[in-house]
Design a protein around this ligand. Sequence first.
Ligand code: 13P
Ligand code: SF4
Length: 301
Amino acid sequence: MSIAEQIMKWKQEKNAVILAHYYVDEEVQEIADYVGDSFYLSKVATNVDAERIIFCGVEFMGESAKILNPTKRVFMPDAMADCPMAHMATKEEILKVKEQYDDVAVVCYINSTAELKTYADVCVTSSNAVKIVRNLPNHNIFFIPDRNLGHYVSEQVPEKNFIFNAGCCPRHVAITEEKVLAAKAKYPNAKFAAHPECTQDVLAHADYIGSTAGIIDYVVASADQEFLIGTVDGVFAEIKKQAPDKILHTIKEQQVCVNMKKVTLEKVLDVLEHETNEVFVDQDVAQKAMQPLTRMLALAK
Ligand code: 13P
Ligand code: SF4
């Protein structure tokens, strides 16, 4: 039996459902029941019937799935697959900003630890941040942890005052303006689609800015044929599936998320079979972190 066949067998036996982010390897996306961006996967996680969720992604995703669906057992194929940006804000900084501004809303990108979410008024993902922030009653917005997504949102919602945090995604900031200009010179007919975790100077050259799902939809629906992709190359798999004729280029070599890459078919099979790497969140933390997550789901509708 192939690994994929064994996964299917164990999945049924264990009454499990497999969720995968677009950044994991194509062969992992292929065995998943649901593949999507962070927002889609967090919605799926609240609605699954299965007893067990295998989350092919990074820690904050498994944690959010567990918080949103506490009666389910959630497992991560690789317990060390973590998003470095999720840790790039501090409780001290949040409390300091809260003291300085009385009507401040702490807007927390879902790429954050459960602990950080406990200090948030609302969570957002890259696909709903603009809509949610625009509709918040607060004038002052402290956006954590990603300064780049924060800057992008602030440009779309100029009527609000933003306080930024220093965090960033090491993978997206490695897509530099210099590399974008070189790629544009090499492929002059290509349209450039970028994730808002890229820096402002890079986004200034983009024909489209959006979440992973947004980028996929843009490329698939576009009348153009050739694209430069300013995000992790895991999105290529879904684009190729929906629009096999499109020509796709990365901006740089190795445009991967090393943590998402830790998820392999062998590890998916292993957690299904042996029930290792189960996600547990402290009850008090989970209760507090659930509020901004459920508020996000309500406000994004
Ligand atoms: P999405 O919101 O597009 O899924 O992005 C998640 C992510 O980790 C980007 O680096
Ligand atoms: Fe985190 Fe960046 Fe990987 Fe997304 S691409 S999971 S933000 S390290």
